[in-house]
Design a protein around this ligand. Structure first.
Ligand SMILES: NC(=O)c1ccc[n+]([C@@H]2O[C@H](COP(=O)([O-])OP(=O)(O)OC[C@H]3O[C@@H](n4cnc5c(N)ncnc54)[C@H](O)[C@@H]3O)[C@@H](O)[C@H]2O)c1
Length: 434
């Protein structure tokens, strides 16, 4: 099939290359000229394992191209995905101006042949209805189209795998014709691994995405609440949460305490969901608690550091990990950056290393010292903070780190190390809830 993907960010680019990989012809559209130039030179503007290979193969074999022209993609395609960003507005509600703009641009290019317009961006319930109204309002002719909600569940860092082998595909659709088109599109993925496909109403599909992200955030905040209790009574959150997670009704994933969640999705999606609840007059204190605990998580970590180091002014603090989670260069709402900001405000000297996120961080903190590896960070540091659980950090030579540090203290915000081992090497060691 011919497919258009509007917005070539984390979601749009992954969607585009994966749909090309399963045999469709794809035009990816973006209005960011730099991004398009890079993509046309086969440079991937984001770090995402496996994406480069797929981009190069499908581009060279003619199944994938990039454009700045939504009209070209609309004319070419049977199915058009909207994958633009939906950041929070002042006050927290999702800012849908990019979605609206794309809907208007699609409308002005529609002709008489039938199209399926798919909303893949994460949006509040009833957005698809607004997209439909917008298209009707701004198109001149007797256009035939359906608007489908097909929320995206990929995780940055494993986005290609998650798209090729998803846990489920959710298709919110009102017409049989659009449903058949979507099933045809995803057939190679569905057949390959017998993926459950949920055909639901458009409003349900929109709510599934916000509901899923709220629940995942809830699990993380719950783990952090348990960690707080464990710190207070000197119990071990790892032991407690592992045993809780063994209950098959609960499950062990996302029950890890740390310095809280970040990224471009959870914080903004739970905020948008909270706004939806407020508008509907439904009590949103559950969501507020998730946010409060999340905020407390990185602040508690900072308090520990301040308590231990006493005066921060002039102290050299090493930071390992800048991205909001491992295997991505994404630093949007990244807890490590919030921690660095406070430390800098207290005039600490920061040395930092991250396998992939340093270029992006340099734009926010140009004046901290960026190092080529964890050992350079440790040299002469009076404290070492583990802020992202990259695999690379799990395997560092702690003996060497100890020799390099001025004072051997580790604050492990992601519980990366075995407590007994680190202590036996002579470090003072603080982790979360242990
Ligand atoms: N990143 C994730 O892990 C993830 C996962 C699931 C869902 N989502 C959702 O998917 C959506 C996109 O997220 P993302 O992380 O890919 O965002 P992103 O910021 O990485 O990408 C959005 C892209 O859209 C482009 N764009 C904006 N307006 C445009 C326009 N008028 N015409 C053409 N291009 C335009 C931007 O230039 C950018 O490249 C959001 O709603 C997000 O919540 C993201």
């Amino acid at each position: 099939m011919n497919v258009g993907v509007i917005g070539a960010g984390y979601v749009g680019l992954t969607t585009g290359v994966c749909l090309a990989e399963i045999g469709h012809k794809v035009i990816c559209v973006d209005n960011d000229k730099d991004k398009l130039d890079k993509l046309n030179r086969l440079e991937v503007p984001i770090f995402e394992p496996g994406i480069e290979e797929l981009l190069e193969r499908n581009f060279k074999e003619g199944r994938l191209k990039f454009s700045d022209d939504i009209g070209e993609a609309v004319k070419f395609s049977e199915i058009i995905f909207i994958c633009v960003n939906t950041p929070p507005k002042e006050g927290g509600f999702a800012d849908l101006k990019y979605v609206e703009k794309v809907a208007r641009d699609i409308a002005s290019s529609l002709e008489e042949d039938y199209k399926v317009i798919v909303d893949k961006s994460t949006v509040p319930v009833k957005t698809a209805e607004k997209v439909k109204e917008t298209i009707i309002k701004y198109s001149n002719k007797n256009v035939k189209f359906d608007v489908v909600s097909n929320p995206e569940f990929l995780k940055e860092g494993s986005a290609i795998h998650d798209t090729m082998y998803p846990d489920r595909i959710v298709i919110g659709v009102e017409s049989e014709r659009a449903k058949e088109k979507m099933l045809e599109l995803y057939k190679p993925i569905i057949n390959r691994s017998e993926v459950p496909v949920k055909i639901v109403s458009v409003r349900s599909a929109e709510l599934i995405k916000h509901g899923a992200n709220t629940f995942l955030s809830l699990k993380i905040s719950f783990a952090n609440l348990i960690a707080e209790v464990c710190d207070a009574v000197k119990a071990d959150a790892k032991e407690v949460l592992e045993a809780i997670g063994l209950d098959s009704r609960i499950g062990s994933q996302f029950l890890n305490p740390g310095i809280g969640f970040g990224g471009s999705c959870f914080p903004k999606d739970i905020l948008a969901f909270k706004k939806t609840l407020e508008i509907l007059g439904i009590d949103c204190s559950l969501v507020e608690s998730i946010e409060k605990i999340n905020e407390r998580s990185w602040r508690r970590f900072l308090q520990r550091i301040e308590k231990e180091l006493w005066v921060l002014d002039g102290k050299v603090i090493g930071v390992l990990g800048l991205s909001f989670k491992p295997n991505t260069d994404d630093i949007r709402n990244s807890p490590p950056l919030k921690i660095i900001e406070v430390l800098l405000n207290n005039r600490a000297k920061i040395k930092a290393y991250d396998p992939k996120a340093m270029d992006k961080t340099k734009k926010i903190f140009p004046n901290i010292e960026y190092c080529s590896d964890p050992y350079a960070v440790a040299k002469d540091a009076e404290a070492l903070l583990i802020c992202t659980d990259w695999d690379e950090f799990k395997h560092i030579d702690l003996k060497k780190i100890k020799e390099l540090m001025l004072i051997p203290i580790i604050f492990d915000g992601r519980n990366v190390f075995e407590r007994k081992l680190v202590k036996s090497l002579g470090f003072k060691y603080f982790s979360v809830g242990r």
